[in-house]
Write a protein that binds this ligand. Structure first.
Ligand code: HEM
Length: 437
């Protein structure tokens, strides 16, 4: 386990020299030092806005690194510049992933809403150095062996079943019935669960509640059932291996324990589910609302690919990611960062940074966006490719089956979830000619 008690050995790294306000770290009470802009409350930001406008305004007021307040007025930094996000994510010796470094733990209450994302868990997400390479290596090798053609066929079968369940009605709410439902089942399929049956449906339901609880749900009980079911899955796959992700992770020479395996499986499924679901939803919204795509929607494979890529640049689901914790005092974007400070990766802001797009142009063929993050902890290869297969197959199959799909509300009536972390629609109501079978 990583020793966080003392200073770490590291090669000297130059401070990152960017222009920007050079305010010292504001006091913990959230006030701003003289001459510096006040901290921005992240929970108060205008989520319904276009991200490029929102982050442009923040950048022009605060520079590439903004002092912000998380829920409960807890101070942190939001990194808005592309070069600064690249710097943070590629210097693990300065900004690392183990949240136990945080200098604010003493003021965090037990019911703090961000605890599920920030509280240390012994999973691949929070490991560092050699231990991270061991854990991430197992995931990468297990995912590398996924046959992308088979995955696409599996997604197509899942898509047809989901569409069958609502195609007769002529109307559907696509976020819950399709965009969220499909990647969850695709992830379980890769893990070697059967495509249907009560066992799979129970796990799908418990994962949904754990990741995205609605009123009346009990996420703690659901999470416990997810852990139990995945423990049994690991036992089953150790006893009878099959060509699936869980069997490959269990058989990997790195020798993960059952607990480590279950932790990392939960990380893989959760990391796959929410961003891919909102990627699909945001791309469907673009295809259904933007005139540039309207003529091509019914047959256009090219336009689906363009929509998916444009979303990663302009409307990424992984809007902001928490985060990294400063290993030692350093400077970033003209700011003084103290050891233990929390740094939020502003991935959406980085993607639309005028420093990289001075003309405001976003290159459709370019994939140098930050939506999959960057550096040691970035979304591990080949997960982005698999996510692309899942998202592309979902969108294409829907448009093939229901080619006259249109929005059932005015575009301006669509609302975004009230979250600064994951950008996704609360609902996507559509109508189409009912399919009578
Ligand atoms: C098949 C689908 C996917 C799988 C299996 C997957 C898997 C993972 C895993 C295992 C991690 C943890 C990496 C680590 O800490 O070392 C991760 C991180 C991440 N993934 Fe993915 N992912 C998927 C789809 C996506 C999509 C669609 C997006 C965004 C559009 C995304 C964005 C990210 C980001 C931003 C991180 C955080 C990286 C960081 O800490 O800097 N992922 N993913």
């Amino acid at each position: 386990m990583t020793d966080l008690a003392g200073p770490r050995d590291h090669a000297p790294v130059p401070e990152y020299p960017t222009a920007g306000p050079s305010c010292a770290v504001p006091p913990v009470d959230g006030g701003a030092p003289p001459g510096c802009p006040a901290r921005v409350a992240l929970s108060g930001l205008g989520y319904q806005q276009t991200p490029s406008q929102l982050y442009r305004a923040l950048r022009s007021e605060h520079g590439p690194v903004a002092p912000v307040l998380l829920d409960g007025d807890v101070p942190a930094w939001l990194v808005l510049g592309y070069a600064e996000v690249a710097h943070v994510t590629s210097h693990d010796e300065l900004f690392a992933r183990d949240s136990r470094r945080w200098n604010q733990w003493a003021s965090i209450p037990a019911d703090w809403p961000l605890l599920p994302y920030v509280g240390y868990q012994p999973s691949v997400l929070f490991t560092e150095g050699a231990e991270h390479q061991r854990r991430a290596g197992v995931i990468t090798e297990a995912l590398e062996a996924v046959d992308q053609f088979e995955l696409s066929e599996g997604c197509r079968r899942i898509a047809h079943r989901l569409i069958d369940s609502f195609a007769g009605g002529g109307r559907a709410e696509l976020m819950s019935l399709y965009a969220h439902a499909l990647p969850m089942r695709a992830a379980l399929l890769m893990c070697g669960m059967p495509m249907d049956g009560a066992d799979t449906e129970d796990l799908v339901q418990d994962l949904r509640i754990s990741l995205d609880a609605h009123e009346g749900d009990d996420p703690v009980a659901a999470y416990a059932r997810v852990g139990e079911r995945l423990h049994r899955l690991v036992e089953e796959k150790r006893a009878v291996p099959a060509p699936d992700v869980v069997s490959r992770m269990a058989a990997h020479p790195a020798g993960l324990t059952d607990d480590e395996l279950v932790q990392d499986l939960i990380s893989v499924i959760a990391a796959a589910q929410q961003p891919t679901a909102n990627w699909i939803g945001n791309a469907l919204r673009l295809l259904l609302t933007d005139d540039r795509f309207a003529l091509n929607v019914s047959g256009g494979r090219l336009s689906v690919g363009q929509a998916l890529n444009e979303v990663l640049w302009l409307d990424t689901p992984t809007q902001n990611f928490i985060g990294r914790w400063a290993v030692r005092d350093t400077r970033l974007g003209g700011r003084q960062i103290r050891a233990g400070d929390c740094v939020v990766l502003g991935l959406a802001a980085a993607n639309t940074d005028p420093q990289i797009w001075p003309e405001g142009h976003v290159g459709a063929e370019n994939s140098a966006h930050m939506s999959f993050s960057n550096g040691e902890h970035r979304c591990p290869y080949p997960a982005p490719l698999l996510a692309d297969v899942i998202a592309r197959t979902s969108v294409e199959t829907l448009l093939e089956r229901l080619p006259d799909t249109v929005l059932a509300v005015e575009p301006a009536e669509l609302t975004w979830r009230p979250s600064i972390w994951m950008r996704g629609l609360t609902s996507l109501p559509v109508r189409f000619t009912p399919i009578v079978r």
